[in-house]
Write a protein that binds this ligand. Structure first.
Ligand code: 3PG
Length: 306
C-alpha cells in the first residue's frame, strides 16, 4: 500500500486535512500526518518509508531526499517552490510539483487588506487616506498579481503592471498600464504589491534605488518572499522617509530593526497569505489529487524538475 505523508510545520485547516485523507484513502493509499514539527529530524524520520509527500513552505532539500528512500513525488501545496531543491529531487528520481493558483485568492485578499491597514494608519484612529484613485503597481503578474489587479480595480485604483516573464501579459493586462521598466513602476505608483518569486535574479532586488523614487506616502506591500528585499536598504528607507510604510506577512530576518518603525511597519508573526480554510482546501486537495493522478495515470502536468 502506498504511503502519503502530509508534512506541514504550519498545518492546514482540519477541514483540508479531512479532504486530503478522503482522496488518499479513496485511492487505497495510507495517509500519515506530521504537523507542527519542531525539529528537522522529525521530518527526516517521517519521510523514511513514504512514497509521496505533501508540503507547504517546509524545506525539501538533499537531506530530505536522501532520507526518503521510497519517495517518488513531492507536492508543494502552494505556488512558490524556492523551498524545494529541484536538482536534488531529480538526482533522487523524485518528481516535484506545485499547485499553482490554488491559494492565490487568499494571498490577493491579504495584499489588499495590508494596503487598507497602511492607508488607515494601522487602525490607530488617526485620519488616513483612501485607496480609490491611487496608483497600484503590481510587480509580478502571475495568478496572485492578476487577482490583486482585479481587487485593486474594484477599489477604484489605477493599475500598473510589471512582469518581464508573463508571455500573455498583453492579453491578461488589458485595461491596465503595462510598465516595461520596473523603475518607472516605483516612480509612479503610490502602492507597490510584490508578487515575484525568490530567485537568484530577484533576491535582494527591492531596495533603495526603487523605494527612494516612490511618491510621497508610498506603501510597499510584500506577500511574496522576504528574500527579495534588501533589508539593510529598506531599514534606511524607513529611517529616512517618515512618510513611507512597509507591510508584510513574510517577516524580515532583521525583524527587531524593522519593528522600531511601529505604525509604518507591520509583519504578521507567521506567513499568513495562504492561511485560509479555502486556500488550504484548494491547495491541499489539489496536491492529493495530483499525487493520485501521478501514481494511477502517470500525469506529470505540474512537474517542476527536469
Ligand atoms: C505559496 O508560495 O504558495 C505561499 O507563499 C504560501 O505558502 P504557505 O503554504 O507556507 O503558507
Amino acid at each position: 500500500m502506498k504511503k502519503v505523508l502530509v508534512a506541514t510545520e504550519k498545518p492546514f485547516a482540519a477541514v483540508a486535512v479531512n479532504g486530503i485523507k478522503e482522496i488518499v484513502e479513496g485511492a487505497g493509499y495510507e495517509l500519515v500526518l506530521l504537523e507542527k514539527y519542531t525539529d528537522k529530524a522529525q521530518l527526516l524520520a517521517a519521510v523514511a518509508d513514504v512514497d509521496a509527500v505533501i508540503i507547504r513552505s517546509d524545506i525539501a532539500d538533499e537531506a530530505l531526499f536522501e532520507a526518503a528512500k521510497n519517495l517518488k513525488i513531492v507536492v508543494r501545496a502552494g505556488a512558490g517552490y524556492d523551498n524545494i531543491n529541484l536538482e536534488a529531487a531529480t538526482a533522487h528520481n523524485v518528481c516535484a510539483m506545485n499547485t499553482p493558483g490554488q491559494n492565490a485568492n487568499a494571498v490577493a485578499e491579504l495584499a489588499l487588506g495590508l494596503m487598507v491597514y497602511a492607508a488607515r494608519n494601522t487602525f490607530n484612529g488617526a485620519s488616513g487616506f483612501e485607496l480609490k484613485g491611487k496608483k497600484l503597481g503590481i510587480q509580478g503578474f502571475g495568478n496572485i498579481g492578476r487577482l490583486v489587479a482585479r481587487l485593486g480595480a474594484a477599489f477604484g485604483m489605477d493599475i500598473y503592471v510589471h512582469d518581464l516573464y508573463a508571455p500573455d501579459i498583453q492579453e491578461a493586462a488589458k485595461g491596465y498600464t503595462i510598465v516595461e521598466d520596473v523603475r518607472d513602476l516605483y516612480k509612479n505608483c503610490n502602492f507597490i504589491s510584490l508578487h515575484i518569486p525568490a530567485t537568484p535574479q530577484t533576491k535582494g532586488s527591492i531596495g533603495r534605488e526603487l523605494v527612494a523614487s516612490m511618491p510621497k506616502n508610498a506603501v510597499l506591500v510584500n506577500t511574496a518572499r522576504k528574500e527579495v528585499i534588501n533589508e539593510a536598504e529598506l531599514i534606511e528607507m524607513l529611517a529616512e522617509r517618515a512618510d513611507f510604510k512597509y507591510m508584510t506577512d513574510v517577516a524580515p530576518a532583521a525583524l527587531e530593526e524593522f519593528a522600531k518603525f511601529e505604525g509604518r511597519f507591520f509583519a504578521s508573526p507567521k506567513k499568513m497569505g495562504a492561511q485560509t480554510a479555502e486556500a488550504n482546501i484548494n491547495a491541499g486537495l489539489a496536491a492529493a489529487r495530483q499525487i493520485v493522478d501521478f501514481f494511477e495515470n502517470g500525469n506529470e502536468r505540474f512537474r517542476l524538475n527536469k
